[in-house]
Design a protein around this ligand. Sequence first.
Ligand code: KG4
Ligand code: ZN
Length: 344
Amino acid sequence: MIKNKSIYILGIESSCDDTSASVICNGKILSNVVATQEIHAKYGGVVPELASRAHQQNIVPVIQQAIQQANIDKKDLNAIAFTRGPGLMGSLLVGTSFAKSLSLALDIPLIAVNHMQGHVLAHFIEDESMQKPPFPFLCLTISGGHTQIVKITNYFTMEVLGETLDDAVGEAYDKSAKILGLPYPGGPLVDKYAKLGNAKAFKFTKPKVDGLNFSFSGLKTGILYFIQKKVKENPNFIEENLNDICASIQYTIVKILFDKLKKAVEETEINHIAIAGGVSANSEIRKVLKSYEASLGWTTYIPKFEFTTDNAGMIAIVGYLKYLENNFSNTSTTATARLKVNDN
Ligand code: KG4
Ligand code: ZN
């Protein structure tokens, strides 16, 4: 039956500032096109109104390109999966409305996908370079909007063990970068300069948060006051110490993340550990995680770079897994700005 058949799913992602479309066949990526909206860089962060407009401009060419690159005809598609939430309402509405119209036009089923589940389940994309984690496993989901430790018992059974009480870790990176005068999104730049610096050059206070929760807003304020003080003493302080500042910020952020992750492993006794989300592209996080295989006996699962930041491949794989379970939605499904990881 289904097993011998080729199932083609089109995934559509438009929750924030990336317009993306992907075609997968039986869980294997045939195309994964991402149009990143450059317009936000000059505003130092995502401007929701501009994001919706850019999605409107990008969505048709991005989907056309995804179908073309997959070398299929749109009539070959079996279903359309789209991001229902969480995200920016105006952005979500563009993808949601387009997905509904296309499913009606092609007369194929519609599948609503939770973006957070997409980040986690990207690990199940069929790809030779990736190993699939066995259940149960823990996932550290770290992005511009989220910081969570999630226990995954089954594809669609997820429990948040801890999460940020204020800023997400990606925001901590981006806001720190902004303080240093770096363009948005600053996370990758902090990562780049940190590689050249001394992580012990400056010390930043780590937050004291109970349990497995996180907090990053205090760190951001601490960095701001530190930089203001130093720049007053020496106006060239940032330029002269950029690598060391970035390395020290990165060291602090990584320590905060791994202290909690180690605690989660101790408490759950689960040592299959995955990372997901845009910040999981970070080189130091990948390095430290990998080192715990030898030192702590963890088995780690690091997604391919292109599946970490927002992309429609991760939406398409959730679509495929739901397709196999006949878990379809319909045109009355609405975009939802706030969704928990366990909301299906
Ligand atoms: O998952 P994502 O693409 O979008 C959200 O759902 O938020 O994550 C974007 C975030 C941004 O904050 C960006 O600065 C951060 O991921 N990021 C990084 C790196 N690459 C992307 N942060 C630190 N190091 C990186 N190499
Ligand atoms: Zn995301």
